[in-house]
Design a binder for this molecule. Structure first.
Ligand code: SAH
Length: 347
């Protein structure tokens, strides 16, 4: 029988496990705090537990680990990028950024991705596998230990599509938010999706005050289909309706990410249509200048044009920012680093 991955269990699941073992449920809290607040991985060293319980646990549980494989620190802005090695030798990446309000981490939710967006490096070899909750948590715990910091904001915007790994992503959110663990506020968590419409409705039913961020990238179905295969499945109308539902249900402002690609989605008609479909919605637009990758033969607009897009969209009374580039000297964006290393090593 497969051993249970103990650092992927919620506190409730740990309690159930203790009850099944004929133990008191407060043992579950001791284990949970030991792993998620104190960031320990060796249950055998948890001397608060009686020796016979530790011995019994050894037979049925395992602790999922990841290791730092490489670390890059930007000389420009102190951004740190990690490549983590998983137990099965896969590699994932995370980025830690320092802002005025504290440290923010961008974590991966899958190894690779099957969504196939044409401009994105993470998806070029398809999906390899989902990450477990513990593998998501460990990206945060290891970076915090290594940098000796406490992270206050999490964005699920690294490699992978979080809504394509729905159960594990929700379990991760439950654990990282738990007062007996890391205790990160749900309001400080952002989940970014290419727009898997049925899962957006599912997420709305969870009624969590996390920020939902939608990768829109074009207001026209036909143009969106050319760069994002998911657009063949769900129309922009369906996507926007799901976003409105999510916003009404959770009372949270939706963010739209819009990767600016020269002459593809930065034209006057794009701006007009974008303004039209988002008008009156409680939302925010995040403009991301394209990070050119080798496999996608397009460029980002000039700085002047990016500012023009922002200016024009503001006329629709939409809140809008341009994403500041961080860690430009360490290819800190969008699966580029992992890909450069896996290609170099011929993984
Ligand atoms: N799968 C999720 C989260 C990962 S991608 C999603 O699609 O939202 C995080 C953001 O980076 C998305 O908005 C994605 O479209 C954008 N992105 C990916 N590659 C990029 C690139 N080369 N340049 C600019 N933005 C990119």
């Amino acid at each position: 029988m497969d051993k249970i991955e103990i650092n992927s269990l919620s506190l409730d699941e740990l309690k159930e496990m203790m009850v099944e073992l004929g133990e008191k449920s407060y043992r579950a809290e001791q284990i949970f705090t030991y792993i998620h607040r104190n960031r320990n991985t060796d249950i055998d060293e948890l001397h608060q537990l009686p020796k016979n319980l530790r011995d019994r646990l050894k037979d049925i549980i395992r602790v999922r680990k990841i290791d730092i494989y490489k670390k890059y620190v930007s000389k420009i802005d102190n951004t740190s990028k990690y490549l983590f090695l998983l137990e099965d030798m896969n590699i994932i990446e995370s980025v830690v950024m320092e802002y005025k309000h504290g440290f923010s981490i961008c974590i991966s939710t899958q190894v690779g991705c099957k969504m196939g967006c044409s401009f994105c490096a993470s998806t070029k070899e398809g999906l390899i596998r989902n990450l477990t909750p513990a593998e998501m948590l460990n990206q945060i715990y290891l970076a915090e230990k290594d940098l000796n910091i406490k992270i206050s904001n999490i964005v699920l915007m690294g490699s992978g599509e979080p809504l394509d790994n729905y159960e594990n992503t929700l379990k991760f959110i439950e654990i990282i938010n738990h007062p007996k663990g890391h205790n990160i506020s749900l309001r400080n968590i952002t989940l970014s999706t290419c727009g898997i419409v049925p899962r957006i409705y599912d997420l709305a039913e969870e009624n969590l005050p996390i920020t939902l961020s939608i990768s829109l990238h074009s207001p026209f179905d036909e143009d969106r289909k050319k760069i994002m295969p998911i657009a063949r499945r769900y129309s922009i109308d369906e996507l926007i309706e799901a976003c409105r539902y999510y916003g009404n249900k959770t009372k949270r402002r939706i963010t739209f990410e819009y990767t600016l690609i020269e002459n593809v989605n930065d034209r006057d008609i794009d701006i007009l249509e974008l303004g039209r479909i988002l008008k009156g919605m409680k939302c925010h637009i995040n403009l991301i200048p394209l990070n050119p990758i080798r496999e996608f033969n397009e460029d980002r607009p000039s700085g002047k044009n990016i500012e023009r897009v922002q200016r024009e969209l503001k006329k629709f009374d939409i809140s809008i920012t341009i994403r500041r580039e961080m860690g430009g000297d360490i290819s800190a964006s969008c699966g580029q680093l992992r890909r450069s290393v896996t290609q170099e090593n011929n993984y």
